[in-house]
Design a protein around this ligand. Structure first.
Ligand code: PMP
Length: 981
């Protein structure tokens, strides 16, 4: 259609006049109409496309509800039609324009954009899955070259590819997928899919993937087919499989992929690439001048050799791993079989191997002085009287210097997948299990495997796996033939000399490998560090066979990026991380934490490491008691009993009965049980914004959670009193405490069931380090008791001398609770928590139901708890908290005179809040300033965190050992961070 006619159509039928431009397109004309400032796409269709357009409209309407991404909306004609007959057998549609640029035109795309692309495709799929496509199956299933389920229709056209090499790659992919994968794909659940998330159909705006356009290729197929299309345009020939991890992860995050889908995904990606090549040749034959058709061909041409060279099974394992499934689907079964089988497992060397004297070699990259030569190994063995030296499984080594371990443009392979058994050349080597010879070969390249034998075995379920024995003598290979039966314990080889072994000292490299992935003779004995989780699964620990009790797995330190990716899929994504730029913290010492690179950070966040990180006396107490005894709590044990007495002695008289538990949440749950047993009631009073723990019963009494994101709101048995905040709450100044008490009473009176308890911290931490207004707690306790309830003090955050003036926070308010819960600091880093209560409440808990807690107060935890109490005294830490805390608050108050953003400084001892505001008078929360300051401080080596309803209060609760030097470091960062604004 020419531009004049198009302009006429836009005006006459849609009342849109303005600039008009042709857009690139594969089939029918697409025109950009700019009318005033609005942009539209005018699409012209022939009458034979109407059925297809109808299903597109259905899809587009369903996608109007899409939350995070945009898809085109159809603009009705003047007559109100979504599709308009414009005469001459042609029809027109007008779609709104999605702002942004196409992916193909966007610069600086990152892995994160690929994650977003995966999410986009998954979000669209999830919506389209709700569409009833049954009325449209005829058009959706038509023989259509871009419908992968109809791939066979393209077979005849492969011959159109003139380049013989290219043709062969395409043919290989078609043959492989049609035979192996398509039957499996056809068995998957079908739905309507977009089927064309190529880089010319994905919209990016302001650095984010925002939309998907062009619904002309809709088909009825399994959703993994559409994901494969998206992946096909993002491949990198250096490692095609790794290049789609991010998209697949993004998709899986929104719409989890099943193992059956992942099994066929890579083949579908390859098939899409091959399809594109055939389609281009088919269409170019008909329309040699169409540039759009040729666009992706150079890209695909360069990719095909990499795709045909990628083993499809290995790709499958890698994609499973990327989504959090174990890489090899049969690995667990093989490991279980090896762990339990009655089959004869034989010693690989030196039977009876259990009695051989062993030493372990450290060949890790960190060891700068490894015993690399046989002389050095032999010297170590002689010195220790060892028969054999063991080289570790999953050790990251830097001995693999030859090109053999480095593929152009890829990460070097450095992590050992076998166990090495070093012994003199000529030492006999035996088959571990019954099996047959799978392959044998003399690998003569420098630092390669040397003479090597691979045996094949199977579990009783028929799952095949292999054992690999490398660095043998050359004679070992004589007389072997593929398929030859081998018996468990049969001598199959001897260890080779250094010369035969192409540069390695005499040893046997013994490896279990589930799938050789068509590697022929170049079988990976070493993997790239970033692929370690994949290879751990394909090559399980050979100690399943060797059975060396001291162990062989050294757990190479993975890359931080790998850890990040692993955490994302094998742990809950609901589990949050500190800072926008997350960190891998590897050690702690005193008030400091250290990241992987050795960068030091002052930790002002961690009130768990009460005595400082890795306190030597805590470590020693734990170690000594671990060496002696740890059991459950069903015995008399001095540690627990003496510690209970010591802990109780820190409380007023009435609080004398102690229960040990393992976390603050558990302590609060037990407190509820005690209170319920005593009062026979369930009603609860809590303070607004309070948090008391993560378990079901405690989320119910934590407004911070039940009123926060994802929360279900306040339960019926709970009433929430306003937080008694004298700085910016409802009531301020003198008398605020009583006014808040009156609010508390109002809420209490509204409770329509008997009161069980009131629970509160004495400085509300999640509320923004808010000290309770003076006099409030005393009155609230009185009101609670008058209503028949008991009073619970949650000291999980603030207790153990932290507030400086007192050992426990409630003591600041001249009250004595009925129950106190403790957690975080009790074990100074070890999970230990406790509840203390009155003899009366403890008595009410004697209902006949026994109380048993496996770990609470075990001998090790109790030894640690006692040590923490001792160190607080020995190192005068409570006094330190008071002095250093006062110094910190005084200095920040001085700063507040110069810096407008510091609205309030409050707290006690080393439990401090600094509230950042936009303006001291209006007290508008400085939420963004706080966020920026925390990131700034992190970059400058100081860890801070924030809380409060506006997330604008710095929570300062460092290890109790910090001194003025650390405070000065904080003050400097605070000043610079805030002055920068
Ligand atoms: N109570 C308070 C006041 C807390 O701050 C927390 C944890 N932040 C808990 C209870 C729960 O402790 P845990 O995380 O050990 O279960």
């Amino acid at each position: 259609m020419d531009l004049d006619t198009a302009r006429e159509v836009a005006e006459k039928f849609f009342n849109k006049s303005g600039d008009i431009k042709v857009l690139a397109g594969e089939r029918n004309p697409n025109l950009l109409v700019t009318s005033n400032t609005e942009k539209f796409v005018l699409k012209i269709h022939a009458s034979d496309e109407l059925q297809q357009i109808e299903v597109q409209q259905v899809a587009l309407v369903s996608l109007e509800e899409l939350a995070d991404f945009q898809t085109p909306r159809t603009v009705p004609s003047i007559a109100g039609d979504l599709l308009t007959d414009i005469g001459g057998g042609e029809f027109a549609r007008l779609l709104n324009w999605i702002d942004g640029e196409l992916w193909s035109e966007t610069k600086d795309l990152s892995e994160d954009h690929k994650v977003q692309l995966g999410k986009l495709i998954a979000s669209v799929d999830s919506k389209l899955a709700e569409v009833d496509a049954s009325k449209h199956l005829e058009v959706l299933n038509r023989p259509f070259g871009w419908n992968v389920l109809r791939a066979e229709v393209l077979l005849a056209d492969i011959k159109l590819i003139a380049d013989a090499e290219l043709q062969e790659h395409v043919q290989t992919i078609f043959d492989r997928s049609i035979a192996k994968s398509l039957p499996k794909v056809r068995a998957l659940q079908h739905q309507l899919i977009h089927n064309d998330a190529n880089d010319n159909n994905v919209v990016v705006a302001h650095g984010k993937v925002t939309g998907l356009i062009d619904f002309g290729d809709l088909i009825y197929a399994p959703r993994v087919c559409g994901l494969a299309v998206g992946c096909a345009y993002q491949l990198d020939a250096r490692d095609p499989v790794a290049s789609i991890y991010a998209i697949v992860r993004g998709y899986h995050e929104v719409a989890p992929l099943s193992p059956a889908e992942l099994e066929v995904l890579f083949d579908l990606v390859c098939l899409r690439v091959a399809t594109s090549v055939v389609m281009a040749h088919r269409q170019l034959a008909a329309d040699p001048d169409n540039e759009y058709l040729a666009i992706s061909q150079d890209y695909f041409r360069s990719l095909l050799p990499a795709l045909t060279a990628s083993n499809d099974r290995l790709a499958h394992y890698r994609l499973r791993n990327a989504c959090g499934y174990e890489a090899h689907p049969d690995s667990r079964q093989v490991r279980q079989w090896l762990a339990t089988t009655e089959a004869n497992i034989s010693d690989v060397v030196m039977p009876p191997f259990a009695q051989a004297s062993k030493i372990w070699l450290d060949w890790s990259g960190e060891n700068k002085n490894i015993a690399r030569s046989w002389e050095a190994i032999e010297t170590e063995m002689h010195a220790a009287g060892a028969d054999v030296a063991i080289g570790h499984y999953c050790e990251d080594r830097n001995v693999y210097e030859s090109d053999f371990f480095v593929d152009e443009g890829k990460e070097s392979r450095t992590v050992h997948l076998a166990v090495d058994l070093f012994a003199p050349a000529g030492t006999p080597v035996y088959a571990a299990l019954d099996g047959k010879v799978f392959l044998f070969h003399d690998n003569t390249a420098h630092l390669d495997n040397g003479p090597m034998i691979v045996l094949e075995h199977q579990t009783d379920q028929g799952v095949k796996f292999h054992t690999l024995y490398a660095h043998l003598s050359r004679e070992s290979l004589e007389g072997l033939s593929v398929g030859k039966e081998i018996k468990s314990g049969q001598q199959i080889a001897t260890m080779g000399t250094e010369e035969v072994n192409v540069g390695w000292p005499p040893h046997t490299h013994f490896q279990i490998i589930l799938d050789l992935c068509d590697m022929a003779h170049d079988i990976f004995g070493v993997a790239a560090l970033s692929e370690l989780p994949v290879w751990r699964s394909i090559c399980p620990n050979p100690n399943l066979i060797l059975r060396i009790p001291e162990g062989t797995d050294i757990h190479a330190h993975m890359k931080t990026e790998t850890l990040a990716q692993e955490r994302q899929v094998v742990m809950s994504r609901a589990l949050s991380l500190n800072f926008q730029k997350h960190l891998e913290i590897v050690s702690g010492q005193g008030a400091y934490l250290f990241d992987r690179a050795g960068t030091k950070y002052l930790d002002l966040v961690n009130n768990v490491a009460h005595l400082g990180h890795s306190h030597p006396r805590v470590v020693e107490a734990a170690y000594k008691q671990m060496l002696t005894l740890n059991t459950n709590t069903r015995y008399w044990n001095q540690n627990a009993i003496e510690y209970a007495r010591a802990l109780a002695s820190t409380f007023p008289d009435s609080l004398s009965v102690v229960f040990f538990v393992n976390s603050g949440s558990e302590a609060n749950d037990l407190a509820l049980r005690l209170a319920q047993a005593h009062t026979k009631a369930k009603g609860m009073m809590v303070l607004d914004h309070a948090y008391h723990g993560h378990i079901t019963s405690i989320i119910d009494i934590s407004p911070y959670k039940f009123n926060g994101r994802g929360g279900d709101g306040r339960p019926d048995h709970v009433r929430v009193a306003p937080i008694p905040d004298a700085y910016k709450g409802l009531h301020r100044g003198d008398g605020a405490g009583s006014k808040y008490a009156a609010e508390f009473k109002r809420e209490l009176d509204s409770l329509d069931q008997p009161l069980c308890a009131f629970i509160s911290e004495s400085i509300v931490s999640t509320g923004g380090q808010v000290p309770l207004a003076s006099g409030f707690l005393k009155q609230a306790f009185e009101m609670t008791r008058a209503a028949g309830g008991v009073c619970i003090a949650d000291e999980v955050q603030i207790g153990m001398g932290r507030v400086g003036t007192h050992f426990w926070g409630f003591e600041m308010h001249d009250v004595v609770p009925d129950i106190v819960t403790m957690g975080k600091p009790l074990g100074s880093g070890h999970p230990l928590a406790a509840v203390v209560t009155t003899p009366e409440i403890a008595h009410s808990f004697m209902t006949g139901m026994e109380y048993f807690n496996t770990f609470g107060g075990n001998p090790v935890s109790a030894a640690i708890g006692q040590t923490v109490l001792d160190v607080i005294v020995d190192e005068s830490l409570q006094r330190n908290a008071l002095n250093v805390g006062n110094y910190l608050m005084d200095e920040v108050r001085k700063l507040a005179k110069e810096i407008e953003f510091i609205g309030d400084v409050r707290g006690s001892g080393l439990f401090i809040g600094v509230e950042l505001v936009m303006d001291k008078a209006t007290q508008d929360p400085g939420t963004q300033i706080t966020k920026d300051l925390i990131e700034f401080a992190r970059d400058k080596g100081v860890f801070l965190s924030s809380d409060g309803p506006g997330d604008n209060v710095l929570k300062i609760k460092p290890p109790m050992i910090i001194g003025k030097a650390e405070v000065d470091q904080f003050l400097d960062v605070l000043k610079r961070g805030l002055q920068k604004n």
